[in-house]
Design a protein around this ligand. Structure first.
Ligand code: NAD
Length: 487
């Protein structure tokens, strides 16, 4: 069995306890992970604290920080295949996607490498004579980063990259469901030459490790990605340390198809939006809202595509849909499909798990027209599409906005003015028009409503890891006049 270690204060070590990680393709344990509990969390936060205030990190110039980030980007690119294999083994996400995604993660580090010495303060045209006043942008401090199991290297890069560019130090908690790629990534942090304690990487369980980290008194900011229920715990924990939070949560994203759209292209985008990554994507286009006149035809195309999907070992380059990451996830999907069918949804295809080892579930489509299916509101985080139809543009928009989530949306139409009206009207942090599931380090990512707040990616994300300090400098040599009047 492979063994992984945590990375605290520049040293690799075993945790206070250990736990086994399951290969979701077989359901069998394949690796041993270090379980951090309160004492390890404490050591990691102390290491980050020392690195921020005492170590060489605080004395580096922003350009030097950028150079370390470039080195890290290169190392990620060089080691992408190895990291991809680990992520595939530990989470079941297909190798076809992990290898491409992790190679692209390198670009996130390179993007933030370039930003490190472009974070500028400002000079204020103050309304008082003989006074120079300016704003310094300083690192927000020690950041706790808590990530889920899907796309861990990507979801951590959008936090670690801007936080390092801003000069922060951090403790990253890898998900207990598949921490291998992040624990291995710690070796690249070490190799890149970041001073000890700047980035600490641990893993452990939510109620012990995650809770201890998010309420730690020395944590200044919590960057969290996960489900809304867990986010509520995190926000409650932050009542202890009053840390600021950024929350990237779930979604129930609408995917709107008008009759004038290129239906073949829209169907491919819909497959990417709901079956890619076995639907375990926060931006999954999980609610298809299709114009009634093309509903049957579009569903025929989709059904054929869903049934032709190659399901198999995630380590095989030909596989298109791999297993779900955990048994818990498969059980949740089975239960939600059963509740939806009981509420009147009609099964178009799929609707069951595969026999045999591993947590496989068939790509599935539920026709929810005329029903109050819970699948229209609750997140599956799996390969299950819920379908509704509309007759007017206003109806399409109302259906799209009928969700407590607001992460992403897709609009498929050839009508330019309609596309503009919808992109303004949809309440979501990302709108894709005639495309879906495209991301870039240059483009901010984040949601509205139950999908959280805060944006990852782009320049603004680096600024979010800073806080301003206002400096007042009196330039007069005259003694300060009347001390009883506020200046
Ligand atoms: P989760 O919420 O169960 O867990 C996320 C992380 O929180 C894990 O590391 C877990 O250990 C930790 N955690 C659990 N309890 C905690 C507590 N009490 N205090 C502190 N930390 C705690 O999520 P998951 O099942 O691993 O991932 C799936 C969810 O993540 C989905 O809802 C999905 O939509 C969301 N997600 C969002 C985005 C985004 O960018 N918006 C991206 C990917 C996933």
């Amino acid at each position: 069995m492979q063994r992984f270690q945590s990375y605290i204060g520049g040293e690799f070590s075993d945790g206070e306890a250990r736990f086994e990680s399951i290969d979701p393709a077989t359901g069998a344990a394949w690796a041993e992970m270090p379980e951090a509990r309160e004492a390890d969390v404490d050591r990691a936060v102390e290491a980050a604290h020392n690195a921020l205030y005492e170590g060489p990190w605080s004395k580096l110039t922003a350009t030097q920080r950028g150079k370390l980030l470039y080195k890290l980007g290169d190392l990620v690119a060089e080691n992408a295949q190895k990291l991809a294999e680990l992520e595939t083994r530990d989470t079941g996400k297909i190798i076809r996607e992990t290898s491409a995604q992790i190679a692209y993660v390198a670009e996130y580090y390179r993007y933030y490498a370039g930003i490190a010495d472009k974070i500028e303060g400002s000079y204020l045209p103050i309304d008082k004579p003989d006074m120079d006043v300016w704003l310094r942008r300083e690192p927000i401090g020690i950041v706790a980063m808590v990530v889920p199991w899907n796309s861990q290297l990507f979801l951590s890069a959008v936090k670690i990259g801007p936080a390092l560019a801003a000069g922060c130090t951090m403790v990253v908690k890898a998900s207990e469901d598949g921490p291998a790629p992040l624990l291995e990534f710690a070796r690249l942090i070490d190799q890149a030459g970041f001073p000890a304690g700047v980035v600490n990487i641990i893993t452990g369980f939510g109620p012990s490790c995650g809770a201890a980290l998010s309420r730690h008194p020395k944590v200044d900011h919590i960057a969290f990605t996960g489900g809304p229920e867990t986010a509520r715990h995190v926000v409650r924990n932050s009542a202890e340390n009053l840390a600021s939070t950024s929350l990237e949560l779930g979604g129930k994203s609408p995917f709107i198809v008008f009759a004038d759209a290129d239906l073949e292209s829209a169907a491919n985008a819909q497959v990417a939006g709901i079956f890619a990554a076995t639907g375990q994507s926060c931006v999954a286009g999980s609610r298809l809202i299709v114009e009634k006149s093309v509903k049957d035809h579009f569903l025929e195309i989709l059904k054929a595509k869903a049934e032709a999907v190659r399901i198999g070992s995630p380590l095989d380059m030909a596989t298109e849909v791999g297993p779900l990451a955990t048994r818990r996830q498969r059980d949740h999907i089975e239960a939600l499909v059963a509740r939806s069918l009981a509420a009147g949804a009609k099964l178009i295809t799929g609707g069951n798990a595969l026999e045999g080892a591993g947590y496989y579930y068939r790509p599935s489509i539920l026709d929810c027209d005329g029903s109050a299916s819970p699948s229209l509101e609750e997140e599956f985080f799996g390969p299950v599409l819920s379908v509704l139809s509309f007759e007017t543009e206003a109806e399409a928009l109302a259906l799209a906005n009928n969700s407590s989530y607001g992460l992403a949306a897709g609009v498929f139409t050839q009508n330019l003015t309609r596309a503009h009206r919808l992109m303004k009207g949809i309440r979501a942090g990302i709108v894709w028009v005639n495309t879906y599931r495209a991301v870039s380090p240059i483009a901010p990512f984040g949601g509205f409503g139950l999908s959280g707040h805060g944006r990852e990616g782009g320049m603004a994300a680096a600024l979010d890891y800073t806080r301003t300090k206002t400096v007042w400098l009196r330039t007069s040599d005259e003694p300060i006049p009347d001390p009883f009047v506020m200046r």
